[in-house]
Design a protein. Structure first.
Length: 343
């Protein structure tokens, strides 16, 4: 089965082709091609994503990316057996672009179309690694819009263990970068600046670190940076603030992830989402988890950010042979991951 995956939930347009064979055990081998276009430069002038501009750019990019993915894979559109697209959560207008193209292609080709949960795509993306984890495992979903800890017993079997009560970790990275004058997107720029800084020169809080709660809160940490940055010229260097902020976020993410593993008794931890590309987080998690016998799995860096490969793969796992060929242009900008069921 050849599945075309389309991702358009926010500011990246992603397309991929995934080939599933009946006896296929190496998930990675099924990924034939993927193409991606990022809107970062366009939104940088505004300091964040402008939904209307994002939607219009998806319209321009999506079909050329589909053609390029087919060219890379050496396949034709007529060979596609099914189409998966991001149905939610995300920006409504951006999601509608992907839904419209997916359903139009599906109707024209007479093949099934399936809407995929964006976070489920992230959650399952580590299975595309050369050394994938086995179920069950604890997952840390950490991105610009979401910070959650989940127990994953299988495809569609998700239990929420904890989540952020305000800003997500990636959102806090971007907002803190703006406070330090680093522009948008700020997460990678802040992480780069932190490499030349000294954590501990200024002490920032570690929200909700004490106790056994698995919930997160990063809004207060961002406010603490705002207060400290007022004295940056005379007291604190931006690099030191960046280093301390990153260390504070990493401290919280590492501590709560390991508490989740100890609470559930699981020894496999999966990290997914854009912040999962942060090298300091990877270093600390791998080193600390090893001390309690927990193994950490990460998706490849190219699969950390939004991409079509994770949508094609998640759609493949959810497709059934008797799936109805019903086409609908519905999207779900808000969609609870726990409401999903097993395919």
């Amino acid at each position: 089965m050849l599945v075309l995956g389309i991702e358009s939930s926010c500011d990246e347009t992603g397309v991929a082709l995934y080939q599933h064979l009946p006896d296929q055990r190496d998930h990675r081998a099924g990924l034939l091609a993927q193409t991606l276009y990022s809107q970062v430069r366009m939104h940088a002038d505004y300091g964040g994503v402008v939904p209307e501009l994002a939607s219009r750019d998806h319209i321009r990019r999506l079909l050329p990316l589909c053609r390029e993915a087919l060219r890379q894979a050496g396949r034709t559109l007529a060979q596609v057996d099914a189409i998966a697209y991001t149905q939610g959560p995300g920006l409504a207008g951006a999601l509608l672009v992907g839904a419209s193209v997916a359903n139009a292609l599906g109707f024209a080709l007479g093949v099934p179309v399936i809407g995929v949960h964006h976070l489920e795509g992230h959650l399952l993306s580590p299975l595309l690694a050369t050394d994938p984890p086995a179920f069950p495992f604890v997952a840390l979903l950490v991105s610009g819009g979401h910070t959650q800890l989940m127990r994953v017993d299988g495809v569609g079997a998700y239990t929420l263990l904890g989540e952020t009560m305000d800003d997500a970790a990636g959102e806090a990275f971007d907002k803190t970068a703006q406070l330090l004058g680093l522009g948008y997107p700020g997460g990678p720029a802040l992480a780069a600046l932190a490499q030349s800084g000294r954590p501990g020169v200024v002490r920032l809080p570690r929200p909700l670190l004490m106790g056994n709660s698995l919930d997160f809160s990063f809004s207060g940490l961002k406010t603490a940076v705002a207060l400290a940055s007022r004295d940056t010229a005379s007291r604190y260097k931006p690099a030191d603030l960046a280093a301390e902020f990153q260390e504070a976020v990493v401290d919280v993410l590492v501590a709560k992830s390991l508490v989740a593993c100890e609470t559930t008794g699981l020894q496999h931890l999966v990290v997914a989402g854009g912040v999962g590309a942060n090298q300091r987080l990877r270093q600390r998690l791998t080193a600390t988890a090893g001390t309690i016998g927990v193994r950490v799995y990460y998706p490849e860096l190219s699969l950390c950010t939004d991409n079509g490969a994770m949508i094609a793969f998640a759609g493949t796992l959810r497709l059934s042979a008797d799936m109805l060929r019903g086409y609908q242009f519905t999207v779900r900008p808000r969609w609870d991951l726990e409401t999903l069921t097993s395919p």
